[in-house]
Ligand binder design. Structure first.
Ligand code: NAP
Length: 222
């Protein structure tokens, strides 16, 4: 079952892989609830929900339009919340079942000029961590997968691919898909891909001030 906004592309892809398509903006709570009700009429239960929909903000808090900041929060954070709430009855019926939230390294560390996106991913990661505790013992397991740079249509990651150091940290969409499967198979609560980003997340926790000054310096040198 695939959800995305662009109906034509979605339906063509669903046909290619033998899936069902439900065009939907995940930031629109009412539409998500309608889709979940329709899915419930066709399927008794679901075993896996992947909250993957996400958009870039395209700049810092002072660069982008206020409407874009709202859209980023609605899609990246609230989209996961609305999908989880709407599909939870089907996930409970399918238990043991899994929820995978595709958050980001930006959910743990704030990069230069990525404040609005990072704030949405911090919220999504907090949602994932809180939800994992809320659903403990219910048979619905919750996992967060935090990718670093992955070249995709929405996030071309040209700068990361060009940098001498950063290009070593670039992974492909297939690597993220494998990380999702591993997270589910081994019941991993939180995965960083590639793993060295876990060190950056630890540095954020241990020395937030130093990390903030370092990222500001990196931004000035760009
Ligand atoms: N690529 C990276 O470097 C990177 C790194 C860390 C985390 N991530 C996260 O990984 C996830 C996937 O991103 P991607 O890199 O694959 O980006 P992408 O190529 O732009 O794909 C994003 C997907 O989300 C869908 N989408 C966007 N807004 C939506 C909405 N409101 N409702 C329903 N579907 C929506 C898009 O389809 P429609 O446009 O048709 O709706 C598209 O299928 C995102 O959550 C992103 O934040 C990406």
């Amino acid at each position: 079952m695939l959800l995305a906004r662009e109906a034509e592309r979605l339906e063509a892809f669903a046909q290619e892989i033998g899936a069902e398509a439900e065009p939907c903006d995940v930031g629109d709570r009412i539409r998500v609830e309608e889709v979940a009700a329709r899915v419930g009429e066709r399927h008794e239960a679901i075993h896996l929900l992947v909250n993957n929909a996400g958009i870039a903000a395209g700049g810092g808090f002072l660069d982008v339009a206020p409407e874009r900041i709202e859209q980023v929060i609605r899609t990246n954070y609230l989209g996961s919340v609305w999908c989880l709430r709407a599909f939870l009855p089907l996930l409970r019926r399918g238990a043991p079942s899994d929820v995978v939230n595709i958050a980001s390294v930006a959910g743990a560390v704030v990069g230069p000029k990525s404040g609005p996106y990072s704030a949405s991913k911090h919220a999504q990661l907090a949602f994932s961590r809180g939800l994992a505790s809320e659903l403990e013992g219910t048979g619905v397991r919750v996992h967060a997968v935090n990718p670093g740079p992955v070249p995709t249509p929405g996030f071309p990651q040209e700068r990361a691919q060009a940098g001498r150091l950063t290009r070593r940290l670039v992974v492909q969409a297939d690597d993220v898909a494998r990380a999702v499967l591993r997270a589910v198979e081994h019941d991993r609560r939180e995965t960083f891909i590639p793993w060295p980003f876990r060190i950056a997340a630890a540095a954020q926790g241990l020395a937030p001030g130093s990390l903030s000054r370092l990222t500001a310096r990196l931004r000035r040198h760009r």
